[in-house]
Design a protein around this ligand. Structure first.
Ligand code: DCP
Ligand code: MG
Length: 419
């Protein structure tokens, strides 16, 4: 339907109420859930924190640790410079508790949150392990939206035990900015008549779709805030950025026509794992791939997905991405086959130094199951199928992190609709 037209009886865009939930320092909050003594303490979660290891990266840091400059994607040595291990300095308050990443546990916690959100939303779109949009138009009204947002936070806190920040706004991009606005434990409601004033002072880089490069270009044009962008001449923006320029302009005005929609059925499922540096021991690679194959096959089973293509991804230094895939005569659900095909495809990399390995199933077909099951909170790792149906192709990068070191074990968020 063209913008500006409305079906009789359908709510206009301004009448939609969108809620964005983003869990606070999620992995660290999960660690606190099973180890309550970590509450209120600086906590750093990452890989490569086992005793004696000096490489690896921070997945997340609790807000107490962030106060000391420790943040996601930082190398462990920088983190340790700022905050040494508490175990080694028991009486020094300027230290932190370090814990390794445990994806299975975080996914289980995430699943519990998702169940609550499913109950609370008209429509739910899960974006990553700790983030989701809810269309709650039929559940609440602007006059009581703040209470509704608080109710969502409280249910998650009471029933799961982890903190969330919530933003409520008339559209997705403003709701996302709102949830980030007062973290941690934030609740920010931006009603339709407040959107422009809320956005105006924010730096342009906060606007959905504007990355650091575009932000720099805008700054050089004298456009620093969303308010500047909203006031800029759309024709000039178009001349400089093409259609994207007009979109930036609309977004800066708080105009985002996207509707909250559940995720469609995935085109493929994948899981990958980075080594701590590059490894030469091929047995280690095969062992890691076996674990990934099992996890992917299990995820496919849970979603009722059959696959025809099984593939691997191997990243060699510096950052060369190699993919290999095999397409079967018909769709299957056979975990053993995923493992053996993955092993076969990896053979040719025996003897190479390997930074990262991944396993993927594609060409999916689905048995009859509830769509809700497919809209899983564990969405990490899905990718669009390649147009060539799984032959050797350059995979689409779904990672939002530029620093490969920061791509932590099994962390592979599907941010394709976000970035
Ligand atoms: N993550 C990761 N590597 C990164 C960034 C994030 O492994 N470079 C993981 C750890 C986070 C989780 O993803 O806990 C969610 O990412 P967020 O960006 O939402 O970060 P947090 O939830 O940790 O913190 P915030 O309170 O800022 O949302
Ligand atoms: Mg978060």
């Amino acid at each position: 339907m063209p913008r500006g037209e409305t079906l009789p009886g359908a709510p206009t865009e301004e009448e939609r109420i969108v809620l964005h939930v983003d869990m606070d320092c999620f992995y660290a909050s999960c660690e606190r859930l099973r180890e309550p003594t970590l509450r209120g303490e600086p906590v750093v979660v990452g890989m490569g924190y086992e005793a004696g290891e000096q490489t690896g990266a921070v997945a997340t840091a609790s807000y107490e640790a962030r106060d000391h400059g420790v943040e996601s994607a930082m190398g462990i040595s920088s983190a340790l410079d700022r905050l040494p291990r508490r175990e080694e300095n028991p009486n020094d308050p300027e230290t932190a508790w370090y814990r390794p990443v445990d994806m299975d546990f975080y996914e289980a916690v995430s699943e519990q949150v998702r169940e609550i959100l499913t109950e609370l939303a008209d429509t739910l779109r899960v974006v990553s392990i700790d983030e989701a949009y809810l269309d709650v138009t039929e559940r609440t009204a602007w006059e009581v939206a703040e209470g509704f947002g608080r109710h969502v936070k409280q249910r998650i806190a009471r029933e799961v035990g982890v903190p969330a920040s919530v933003g409520v706004a008339p559209n997705m991009s403003t709701a996302k900015i709102a949830s980030d606005h007062d973290k941690p434990d934030g609740l920010v409601v931006v009603s339709p008549d407040e959107v422009a004033d809320f956005l105006a002072p924010l730096p342009v880089g906060d606007i959905h779709g504007i990355g650091p490069v575009t932000a720099d270009e805008l700054t050089s044009m004298g456009i620093e805030t969303a308010g500047d962008l909203a006031a800029a001449d759309p024709a000039e923006l178009r001349a400089k950025f093409g259609e994207r320029g007009e979109e930036f302009h609309r977004r800066a005005l708080g105009d985002d026509p996207r509707q909250v929609e559940p995720r469609g059925k995935p085109k493929s499922l994948s899981r990958e794992s980075a080594f701590d540096g590059a490894v030469e021991d091929f047995d280690l690679v095969v062992e890691r791939a076996t674990g990934l194959a099992g996890a992917v096959a299990q995820r496919a089973k849970r979603r009722g997905a059959l696959y025809r293509t099984i593939g691997v991804k191997v990243v060699t230094p510096p950052y060369d991405v190699n993919t290999r895939a095999k397409t079967l005569p018909g769709p299957v659900d056979e975990p053993d086959l995923v493992e053996s095909v993955a092993h076969d495809l990896l053979e040719e990399f025996d003897g190479e130094r390997i930074r990262k390995v991944g396993v993927r199933v594609a060409n999916l077909s689905f048995s009859d199951r509830d769509q809700a099951d497919l809209d899983s909170w564990d969405g990490g790792g899905e990718e669009e199928a390649t147009a060539t149906g799984g032959r050797d192709t350059e995979p689409k990068e779904t990672d939002r992190y530029t620093n490969d070191q920061a791509r932590l074990f099994e962390y592979d968020p599907d941010r394709t609709d976000e970035d």
